[in-house]
Design a protein around this ligand. Sequence first.
Ligand code: DQA
Length: 159
Amino acid sequence: MPDPSTVHGPEGRIRLMVLHGPNLDLLGQREPDTYGSATLPELNAALEGHASELGVELDVRQSNHEGQLVDWLHEAQEGADGVVLNAAAYTHTSIALRDAIAAIGVPVVEVHLSNVHAREEFRRHSMLAAVCLGSISGFGPGSYVLGLRALMDYLAQRR
Ligand code: DQA
C-alpha cells in the first residue's frame, strides 16, 4: 500500500501537477522549428495517455503570469505529490519561482521541449535547476514524459 503521506489522488493514486509557463499556450504556431508542431491541447492529451498507463492522476495547467505559477506551486503543497514544470522564459529570470520551489518541499522536475544548452547563451542558465530534483531538456514532448517517469521513480523509492 502506498504511504498515504505521499499520495493525494483518489483511490490512493499518485497525483502530479504539470505546469506550463508563458507562451506555451502558443505551441503549434510558435517557432515550430524549435518547439514542434503539436499544440498544447495535443501535448496535454498525450501526457494524459502516458499518465493513465502509469496509473497516475494529472493536474495540468498553463499560465503566462509569474505570480499565478507561484500560487500554483504553493497549491501543490496540498494537492500534488510532485510537479513537472516547464517555466519557459521564467526559468532564466525568476527568483520568485525558485523561492517557491525551495519553499514547498514538493519534488519538482524542470523540463524543456528544446535543448536549452544548444541555444542562446541566456538560455543556458536556469534560476530553478538548483532547487529542482533534476532537469530534462531537448526531447520535445518526451521531456515531459521523462519528467513524469522520473518523478514516479523518485516517489516509489521514497516510500
Ligand atoms: C522552453 C525554453 C525556454 O528558453 C523558452 O523561453 C521557452 C520554452 C522550452 O520548453 O524549450 O519558452 O522552456
